[in-house]
Design a protein around this ligand. Sequence first.
Ligand code: SAM
Length: 275
Amino acid sequence: MVATPIGNLMDMTFRAVDVLKQADLVACEDTRVTGKLLKHFGIKTAMVAYNDHNGAKMRPRILADLGAGKTIALVSDAGTPLISDPGYKLVAACADDGIRVIPIPGASALLAGLVTAALPTDRVLFAGFLPSKQKARQTSLDALAHVDATIVFYETGPRLASTLADMLDRFGPRPTAVARELTKLYEDVKRGTLEELSAQYGDEPAAKGEMVVVVGPPLAASAMTARDIDAALQDVLKTMSVRDAAAAIAETTGQPRRALYARALELKASDADDT
Ligand code: SAM
């Protein structure tokens, strides 16, 4: 499993070049993309396509070659194979067949984005690409809302603004970073709260290039119990509407506004029952 650069060819490792030269075959997503990389490094090893479209057909052939003693290097178009890229099923099949799988580490947008985000790195959850349909995306975000970790997402330019808006809605105003075009000429990292970044990217034309979104952990989630949050909501509900109360507590706790809104409605209803 050989990592390749995510933009800057200087990030190719010596070992990756060596392994790709020595391998009997390079399995890659797209022979045109990897062909350019191999040419740049003077690697003449034959290539075979292995991707989401032909994986089921190719796996038995690759496994047969490996079983016959061949060395096959798997690469993706860019970065580390298997990370939102093909390879998992092949590695699982190799493990089943007792074939040794050797990682050749190197570039990955996951780690490059994480280390520039200026967010905690002690607990990290990689969430890959969110679903493209909004409803499914919101459901995925709801499932992540209470995870006490920094979360790394892969995203595309056309979807960035709506994803940030959904994140703000589901996560509240957490500190976040959008890291674009990492290792490339127009590398750009923007940091701010989800509110700020959502407003910024919502106002601009679709962001260009490749990007990683890194969202910090819930602000006060570990410190605040459900009882604390109820108390805070009840306090502000004395003077504010349900909507404003949810927004105010979202601001101070970093909890998702939508969940706070639902809870504020419940508290208001039970308050009305009591009186
Ligand atoms: N396996 C790859 C890796 O290890 O980085 C990721 C492959 S995934 C199909 C492609 C996504 O990775 C892009 O949509 C983007 O979210 C992210 N990505 C790849 N290169 C990037 C870069 N140079 N800067 C920022 N994000 C990048």
